[in-house]
Design a protein around this ligand. Structure first.
Ligand code: 6R9
Length: 646
């Protein structure tokens, strides 16, 4: 593969950027020519942010899996598409070539069809990080079913809500998953999620841990049995369309991915086939400066957007080798990533600041004897990276020879929007730097006016918005377009609002400072404060709660909960554990508060609004900067809260 649209110098970047703004249709039309289409588009772009209505490559017909698989078969059949590293380093590695991946995807696509899955049906995928997760995802895309992957750390209740929202009829899962020293019983979580569910007709279960599962007659089937039936019948099936793709409209939905916002209920972000394909491929090739033959290791879970875009669709559409790791960075020891890099001679490492900070904590011992000299490019994603972590990454992992790309983007953006391009455009520690071609950021104040005055440090500071669509932008939130409009397009007229705050310097570089809405970013995971509050409030003894974030050395942000409790109370510690158990059950362990402070009241205005600013300051330990508390209904509660601070 070659990528005629790969940017090779800073000047070329400037030229491409200018062209993408002056004539976006010509710019993206040229790039889209390099993919496999059954029919070219009638119009590159139609859009307005008012409704919003965004269409890229309208009238175009394609299948994304042909672009990720079939078109590589002629030259790359024997090249590894996926290298799978098991949780336990003693277990056998699996290397899946493009040819084999193609075959498995076609086979599982047939399994889905045999089980009644049709174009447009929603298939929920709840699996550990095994190659079969990639097969299932791509098989859905191949037959035009809409996949909705749910991260393994979500509880049965969270899954139930998502199944209901998506009206999903099919589930693909595993008996269990290995993660570090733990076995997670995925199928039994699914069984709990299905109590009372009325839509799901079929559950396909892949065997990974051979943990006991209850297979329900008429509903549950084994992956292995279903696959075998297709293999045996493959010849017969060939004449019956085995391996054929569903030809999709460019604007048909590809997947739904749920993500947290400032309201209590997660939103099902919808991406469509054509634009998402172009954006993940274009951003992959350019941000990482990917060279044919390189091995790319993205440490994210496929349950998050980073895994969708930079383990599956971006790398595979570029014909790259993508490493998929089942385990965690610190098990059996903190040298796990470094072993993997050494073992497979990884070229590109893409991970999260929280992982870097946690590994920094183990010192340099885990790096001893590990050959990291294959590394060419390092990347980070998910949260702001602090300078200390950036320098450690640069010095000890990249040996000061690898550019670091700080990639800012979101579930809603499909792929990277602001980042330096590795080795091509300048880097600046803790700055995401420049927008990719096609991306037009703008910083606005609360009233939506562009910020034109610098702050005392000489930067522009404001809320980060984007002025026009890029191909990977979300199209809607599943089943509720109005929600999409109010969440992203109504805060400021004719702008997409990201929910993030940012700085911009005189070079036009952006530095993302974090969320300005009620969304927390804990270890790179997005969690809504309202969601956590709702979960805490489910506990029978809780009267009311308020949740804020506070700076956490490793996680970036920790969760601080203030709780008014009047239930049966043994001691604070036990009650805390009960509340944590409740949050785990309602959302999942990833949303458990780090600190719970019991209070007798919350600071409220006379109109009954909780003054989160004050709670945030207390949680941050800045009790001397509480500001004006005179408008509070009962200023006395603040003293109590300050005294009881954890
Ligand atoms: C890809 C992903 C999105 C939120 C986003 C922002 C934060 C992501 C960042 C970053 C600073 C970066 N974020 N990348 N903040 N620098 N390089 O993480 O998607 O899970 O939807 O989270 O993550 O706050 O708004 P998602």
């Amino acid at each position: 593969m070659s990528y005629p649209y790969q940017i090779k110098s800073y000047d070329e970047y400037k030229e491409a950027y200018q062209k993408s703004i002056d004539d976006p249709e010509a710019f993206w039309g040229d790039i889209a020519e390099h993919f496999r289409w059954h029919k070219k588009w009638d119009k590159v772009l139609n859009w307005n942010f008012k409704e919003p209505k965004i269409e890229w490559f309208a009238g175009g017909k394609l299948n994304i899996t042909e672009n990720c698989l079939d078109r590589h078969l002629e030259k790359l059949a024997d090249k590894p598409a996926i290298i799978w590293e098991p949780n336990n380093p003693e277990e056998r590695t699996r290397i899946v070539t493009y040819e084999r991946l193609h075959k498995r995807v076609c086979q599982f696509a047939q399994v889905l069809k045999n089980n009644g899955v049709k174009k447009g049906d929603r298939v929920c995928i709840y699996m550990g990080m095994v190659p079969e997760l990639a097969y299932a995802t791509l098989a859905c895309a191949r037959i035009g079913a809409i996949h909705s992957v749910i991260f393994g750390g979500f509880s049965a209740q969270s899954i139930a809500d998502r199944l209901e929202d998506a009206q999903a009829e099919f589930i693909v899962t595993c008996d269990g998953a290995y993660r570090g020293g733990k076995d997670i019983p995925l199928k039994s979580v699914i069984d709990d999620a299905l109590i009372g569910n009325k839509t799901v007709k079929r559950v396909i279960v892949y065997t990974r841990t051979r943990t006991p599962v209850s297979m329900i007659k008429g509903r549950d089937v084994w992956w292995e049995d279903e696959m075998q039936a297709v293999t045996e019948g493959a010849e017969a099936l060939k004449s019956d369309g085995f391996g054929e793709v569903e030809v999709m409209d460019a604007e048909d939905p590809l997947f739904i991915l749920y993500t947290s916002g400032s309201t209590g209920k997660p939103k099902g972000v919808v991406h469509t086939v054509g634009g998402y394909m172009v954006w993940t491929n274009y951003s992959f090739v350019n941000v990482f400066n990917y060279q044919p033959g390189q091995i790319h290791f993205c440490t994210a879970d496929i349950g998050w957007i980073t895994g969708h875009s930079y383990i599956i669709y971006g790398p595979l559409s570029a014909g790259a080798t993508s490493v998929m790791f089942e385990g965690v960075p610190t098990w059996p020891d903190a040298g796990r990533f470094w072993d993997i890099i050494d073992k497979y001679k990884i070229d590109i490492l893409y991970t999260a600041p929280t992982a870097i900070r946690s590994l920094m904590g183990f010192g340099l011992d885990p790096l001893k004897g590990k050959d990291l000299s294959s590394l060419k490019v390092l990347g980070t994603v998910g949260e702001p990276i602090n300078e200390e972590a950036w320098h450690w990454y640069d010095e000890h992992i990249g040996k000061k020879k690898c550019p670091i790309v700080d990639t800012w983007w979101q579930t809603e953006t499909g792929g990277v929007l602001i980042s330096n391009l590795a080795g091509v455009t300048p880097a600046k520690p803790s700055w995401a730097t420049l927008p990719l071609p096609g991306v037009q950021p703008i910083l606005v104040d609360e009233n939506g006016k562009e910020v034109t005055e610098k702050d005392e440090e000489g930067n522009y500071k404001g809320n980060l918005c984007i002025k026009a669509p890029w191909p990977g932008i979300l199209r809607t939130t599943y089943g509720d377009h109005e929600r999409c409009r109010t969440n992203y397009f109504a805060t400021y007229e004719n702008l997409y609002f990201t929910g993030d705050g940012a700085l911009k310097n005189d070079d036009g570089f952006y530095r993302i400072t974090g969320r300005v809405d009620d969304v927390l970013n804990v270890s790179g995971h997005r969690i809504g404060t309202a969601e956590v509050e709702n979960a805490i409030n489910m506990h029978a003894g809780v009267v009311e709660s308020a949740v804020v974030g506070y700076p956490h050395d490793i996680k970036g942000q920790g969760i601080y909960a203030y709780v008014i409790f009047n239930g049966r109370h043994f001691d604070d510690e036990l009650t805390r554990k009960d509340i944590l158990a409740t949050v785990s059950r309602i959302i999942g362990p990833i949303a458990k508060p780090d600190k719970i402070q019991f209070v007798s009241g919350l600071p409220k205005t006379r109109s009954g609004k909780i003054m989160r600013r004050i709670l945030r300051k207390v949680a941050e330990g800045e009790t001397d900067k509480l500001g004006d508390t005179s408008t509070l209904l009962d200023p006395g509660v603040v003293d109590e809260i300050v005294k009881g601070k954890l």
